[in-house]
Design a protein around this ligand. Sequence first.
Ligand SMILES: Cc1ncc(COP(=O)(O)O)c(C=O)c1O
Length: 374
Amino acid sequence: MKLFDVYPLFDVTPVRAKDVNVFDENGVEYLDLYGGHAVISIGHSHPTYVQNLSEQLNQIGFYSNAVKNPLQIQLAKKLAIASNCNNYELFMCSSGAEANENALKLASFHTNKPSIIAFENSFHGRTSAAVASTDNPKIVAPLNAQQDVQFLALGDLKAVETTLQKGNTCAIIIECIQGVGGLDQSTTAFYQGLETLCKTYGAVLIADEVQSGFGRSGDFFAFQKHGITPHIISMAKGMGNGFPVGGILIHPEIQASYGLLGTTFGGNHLACAATLSVLEVLETQNLMQNAQHMEIYFREKAKEVPQILQLKGRGLMLGLAFDFPVAELRKALLFKHKIFTGSSKNPNLIRILPPLTIKKEHIDTFFNALKQEL
Ligand SMILES: Cc1ncc(COP(=O)(O)O)c(C=O)c1O
């Protein structure tokens, strides 16, 4: 059987990984500044993670959500403390798209309204409402296009209000730091304005923290820098450090009822063990603080490279903007210097999404390689 050919692959085969490095089948070591697309938060194969998941697998790996799972309760408690989102309730699922799909569905149930406001250059996933809220017509099938989504310019509060005045918007969904779109951010005034407008017009504010959450921005969630309280927060990627875990945090204004949401795999025992391990290591190794410190160092180093037009993003979710397409440069970094980096919708931007354990010496390695190639 052939694989359905949807991924243009780099000719690299990782077979082993440790902290910020991956190793191919010939034992060649690579520096991972991509984190498997912002997924690796506490480092590849972290000993705490490996031990906790192995022990959990030996106990019980999975049972359905029809029975009690004390690990979910333990996780909700630990997550409330780590994130400082104390009032929220937790619903677990298995991916970022699924988290946003549930968030949007819940907003529509709650408000009894059908339409969504999303922003230009957004990416929210590939399931039905999530992909319809993604600003990329190439990945929206006619089936998904039936959803009513307005794409507005990031920062345009006036357009948001005009759209809300129509009275049919159930949710505004926003990435406070855009990921796939190219690391753009708006101002605190804009995010706070969205919060106020949502209250005025009875819409649900959804913060998509799938990529920026779990410490990557230097705060637990990127929206926290702006002092807002979203109704729903969606999470995935770094939450499981590679184990497929997603979830939403739901403000108590939105009430649960039996059957409203559901999933077979979400919140299973292994998923909980993975996320509990991530939370433990984030705390014991001060990784959010490390993300803040490494951003400062990265910014200092970037000043040494005049070809970098702009360093976008925050924490360890960064984008280096050039005045030329970076595809060849990224290939040289990968094949000559053995450094993984990320791309984005903007062809002139290199994305940096390393494990949050990265050290100055790794950043030095990257800049030495970059300077050689420029
Ligand atoms: C901000 C954001 N939301 C949602 C998703 C979708 O997540 P997943 O690929 O786990 O479905 C992504 C994936 O890149 C993302 O960056």
